[in-house]
Design a protein around this ligand. Structure first.
Ligand SMILES: C[S@@+](CC[C@H](N)C(=O)[O-])C[C@H]1O[C@@H](n2cnc3c(N)ncnc32)[C@H](O)[C@@H]1O
Length: 227
């Protein structure tokens, strides 16, 4: 069995110890196998949109000997899940926009008893903006390094309350509160990316250019306070 990646291991670390976890877009089912192996939950309902990955998952689950604890399901996002089946939900390895679409199509995740662990491969800003606008609270964020790349992960819960954050929260979320030194590297790279993007846009979109420079300033401020 292939060893689980640092990215998925970090997703596992953000989960609570619950009875049943949903793993959306499970692909190879490495995460469900790890969760059962390490006694993080009793059961995982792991799903994928496509039959091919689900078949891979089935082979790996059978080889792991945990078939009694891992149920595999064909599902577009959370559409084939019932609210009472799972407590925590992991959506990892997908773009931030797709993650918001999956959440938008499952209103039952708007429940303070459910926790979400989200790991966007792109558009983390878009995802955070969605979460805040929809009254989710980001409880914790962390950064991990996997095959030379940095990934951010977040654990969230529906609070139902409107929270006021500054204008740039979508860029950094709870990362400034993370004790992890990789979070600083991530924010530094993000600041550099904003400057690069602002320079490339230049005067073709002055409003966006100005915003990106302000985001970079904000990120630099956060980083200087952490030194
Ligand atoms: C890059 S893999 C990520 C696998 C694993 N979650 C990870 O993080 O390593 C993305 C998986 O999500 C599945 N997927 C894409 N859109 C989906 C959707 N709407 N619902 C469920 N699964 C989806 C794909 O078929 C693919 O197997």
């Amino acid at each position: 069995m292939k060893r689980i990646s640092p990215r998925l291991k970090e997703a596992a670390a953000l989960l609570r110890k619950v009875d049943t976890v949903a793993d959306i877009g499970t692909d190879h089912a490495y995460l469900p196998i790890y969760l059962i192996e390490h006694d993080i939950c009793r059961k995982v309902i792991a799903s994928d949109l496509r039959k091919g990955p689900l078949e891979n998952a089935r082979l790996n689950v059978e080889a792991s000997g945990f078939a009694d604890h891992i149920e595999l399901r064909l599902s577009d996002g959370l559409k084939e899940y019932r609210a009472d089946e799972v407590q925590d939900v992991v959506i990892a390895g997908m773009g931030g926009i797709l993650i918001t679409e999956i959440l938008e199509n499952a209103h039952w995740v708007k429940d303070s008893q459910k926790h979400l662990v989200l790991q966007p491969m792109s558009h983390a800003e878009y995802l955070r903006a969605y979460l805040v606008a929809n009254r989710f609270r980001i409880l914790k964020e962390s950064v991990c390094e996997d095959t030379g790349k940095l990934y951010c992960l977040m654990s969230c819960v529906y609070s139902g309350e409107e929270t006021k954050f500054d204008d740039y929260y979508e860029y950094y979320g709870e990362l400034p509160n993370s004790c992890d030194s990789l979070a600083c590297v991530y924010l530094q790279k993000l600041s550099e990316r904003c400057i690069r993007e602002a320079t490339a846009i230049g005067c073709t979109d002055p409003e966006r250019t100005e915003r990106l420079y302000k985001v970079a300033d904000k990120l630099d401020n956060i980083l200087s306070q952490r030194k």
